[in-house]
Design a protein around this ligand. Structure first.
Ligand code: ZN
Ligand code: ZN
Length: 428
């Protein structure tokens, strides 16, 4: 299966010129066998494979055999993350090679991709994506999700010029990885609601076509929950296809807005380890827990709004006391304050929120209820509760209060700070 990317770059009623930088996307059994011809055709002579020891076994070795002249950098998977250390290790590996690369090959899952796309950007090199698991939707993203000074940050980076997704490889990935890709995708429910709500309240740019693309991706995977759990090749191919569609949606707007909202903010907060210890779970696993919690909070908020017994504050400054007591590390606090300057709630008036109430309720209605989401996650064999990722139930309220501050992005979770029922629904 080949995704026709030109489809996504055609003129759009939203007025935005959607730029797609990935040239070709291949999803098929044995796809890596086409790498030598594809690289030759694109004029690349000096590829370097970037992988870790696990993904070397899964695919790196086979890619190397197909491209015997290529350079090879194998990172230790021990504690490997998309952070300063991961980037430094990869950079060291590249510096030790005989020939300077003219293209990087990311052979791995999310972490290897984020490190590669960050380096590709820094070194002004193109990169090719060879995903070894259907584990995230960021393979074709233009930004790199990194941890910097302990903070989750999004850096400008490059999208791959080519995606070569070999279903013989990624359908054999450990189920937990592919289930985590399903989780990441399911998170679009709250991400899209957040985008629509921000659009209704502040007039923030929104593209309906991009939203529809994400809903298409959701429909594809939600129609085959059992097959995803069973891990069949065809279901994994469809999951990969849906994840790549979501990545293209991000590429169309040039940022992660269509794919990341309150659910991702919770996941990022847990990764920063400020109100919890180490959460050693995959990206998607944390996202689906954030999704179930956010869905519950949003539906309870909608219920309160429908009852009509609420008052709205006209402003809500950044909660300095909360931030200072939570982010005790000075560098991290500085990053967070920087992220919140300007405050995404600045200029949001009670009047604007009131006017947007019908749109807010409509957006929340499109999110399945928490129980329904849990059932879907369970059927697909994915993670769904705080306990599943080793966190206490009491984590819900503090995560709901603090997580909106990790990103300069208006979500319904952030907007709830203007409502007087905020605290009650967090506990629920
Ligand atoms: Zn558009
Ligand atoms: Zn994600």
């Amino acid at each position: 299966m080949k995704i026709d990317v030109s489809e996504f770059a055609r003129p759009c009623p939203c007025g935005h010129e959607h730029r797609i930088s990935v040239r070709d996307i291949l999803i098929e059994p044995g796809a890596i066998r086409r790498l030598p011809a594809l690289l030759l055709e694109a004029g690349y002579a000096q590829p370097v494979i970037l992988c870790d020891e696990n993904t070397f076994e899964a695919a790196g070795r086979a890619v190397r055999e197909l491209l015997p002249e290529s350079g090879l950098v194998v990172l230790s998977p021990e504690n490997l993350h998309a952070n300063e250390r991961g980037v430094a290790m990869a950079e060291e590996g590249l510096a030790g090679l005989q020939n300077a690369p003219d293209v990087l090959l990311a052979v791995g899952s999310g972490t290897v991709h984020d490190i590669t796309r960050f380096l590709a950007h820094r070194k002004a090199l193109p990169f090719v994506s060879v995903p070894t698991a259907a584990s995230v939707d960021g393979f074709v993203s233009t930004v790199a999700a990194m941890t910097w000074n302990g903070c989750k940050k999004t850096f400008p980076a490059v999208a791959p010029v080519l995606v070569v997704a070999d279903s013989d490889i990624f359908s054999r990935a450990p189920h937990r990885l592919n289930a985590s890709g399903f989780s990441d995708l399911l998170g679009k429910y709250t991400a899209l609601a957040d985008w629509k709500i921000a659009h209704a309240v502040t007039g923030e740019y929104l593209c309906e076509r991009v939203c529809e693309l994400e809903y298409d991706a959701l429909r594809i995977v939600c129609g085959r929950l059992d097959e995803i759990r069973e891990g069949g090749r065809e279901a994994c191919e469809q999951l990969m296809y849906a994840l790549l569609l979501s990545g293209l949606a991000m590429q169309m707007v040039g940022n992660s807005r269509p794919a990341s909202g309150a659910e991702h903010h919770m996941s990022h907060l847990w990764e920063m380890e400020v109100i919890n210890g180490r959460v050693d779970y995959y990206h998607g696993e944390k996202v689906s827990v954030g999704l179930v919690l956010a869905s519950g909070i949003y539906h309870r908020a909608a219920e309160e709004i429908r009852r009509g017994a609420f008052t709205l504050r006209d402003r809500q400054d950044v909660e300095m006391q909360l931030l200072e007591s939570s982010f005790t590390d000075k560098a991290m606090l500085a990053e967070i304050l920087d992220e919140n300057e300007p405050n995404p709630l600045a200029g949001v008036t009670a009047e604007a929120v009131r006017a947007a109430i019908p749109a807010i309720l409509r957006a929340v209605e499109e999110i399945p209820a928490p129980q329904e989401l849990s059932d879907m996650l369970a059927r697909a064999g994915a993670v769904k509760s705080l306990a599943d990722i080793g966190l206490p139930d009491a984590m819900q309220a503090p995560a709901a209060r603090l997580s909106p501050y990790v990103r300069a992005r208006l979500t319904f979770m952030r907007l709830l700070k203007l409502f007087d029922f905020e605290r009650d629904i967090f506990e629920g």
